[in-house]
Write a protein that binds this ligand. Sequence first.
Ligand SMILES: *Cc1c(COP(=O)(O)O)cnc(C)c1O
Length: 393
Amino acid sequence: MSNFDLIKEADQSFVAGTYGRFPVAIEKGNNATCYDFDGKEYIDFSSGIGVNSLGFCDKEWIAAVTAQLNSLQHISNLYYTKPCTDAAKLLCEKTGMKKVFFSNSGAESNEGAIKCARKYSYEKYGDGRSKVITLVNSFHGRTVTTLAATGQDVFHRFFFPFTEGFEFVPANDISELKKALDGTVCAVMVELIQGEGGVMPLDVDYVKELESICNENDIIFIVDEVQTGVGRTGELFAFQHFGISPDIVTTAKGIGGGLPLGCVIFGEKTESVFSAGDHATTFGGNPVATAGAAHILSRMDRAFLDEVRAKGDYMRKRIMRMPHVVGIDGLGLMMGVRLDETVKSADVVKKGIEKGALLLTAKAKVRLLPPLTISYEEIDKGLASMADALSEL
Ligand SMILES: *Cc1c(COP(=O)(O)O)cnc(C)c1O
């Protein structure tokens, strides 16, 4: 049996079958290029779903992470550590926000945000003001509470009873939002560009009005930047494109650079809501993960973010000339490629693997989330594979 067949067989025997996998096992990689166990090369336009912000095996990131591994890999949150404070300080300085709680994933970050909003409201207004409004077609995670927060029916099966206190309103519709504000609402939580929902950006005017309605009614405005955060859109956080100041921003995926890490970032209104004992996680602020995060954040200066935009523009221009492509949504290096009705996004991804490009879907669109450090040479190679795939469909 080939290496791949052995891995596949062991996976099917011993790993819970929660993922529909493609018939490929990736062995190693460098920046946006990776190889399977037969030595076949692929250009990565997925970053492991937005995680590898500096690509595979970035030398400086490895140095930062291994230096920390060689001194201290973990100590409980009963003690102070430096990497955790370094990462938190950078996040606050670069966003104007006030405090950070470190978690281990996107779903956990959103759990933290929801808990914070509910505590804020309970302390100020008492019982009966705990509802969280989210958007139709949103995605906020896979825990029982974040599934409840996710505005898609397919996620509301099997696992009853879900956490109560969530209501969905259609995106970009202020009057529907206003109708939902019945005095029981403590928070509104949105993705500024819905990722899993199909790379659907919110209108700037809608987002600004949403923010002012939240401010007028003392409702906590939570922005889920698990996918859009950490340079992905050409700003450190997508909210910085919109000229808004959310009360809470959550992130994960790209902040870890490949290690599991999430953040709940609090603004002025929410920075002191949690006190000792209110919220915790054993791995939270892990020194190795946060040393990596501090390195990633220190790399993302204006020039780095401008490069993300330039690469996004470069890719968009070329993708628009490919067969079956009718449009591209998203910002920076978060792209949702709209296709004509003759092709399915899942078939493009399958064909892409054959041609040597790792692509993603988001509903009917082909979603691209390349490493932010991808080179123009890698972009050209990956786009050639993608064009090949599209021309054969
Ligand atoms: C991926 C994602 C999540 C869930 O993150 P996990 O790390 O898988 O728990 C939540 N919100 C958004 C917007 C995401 O893209």
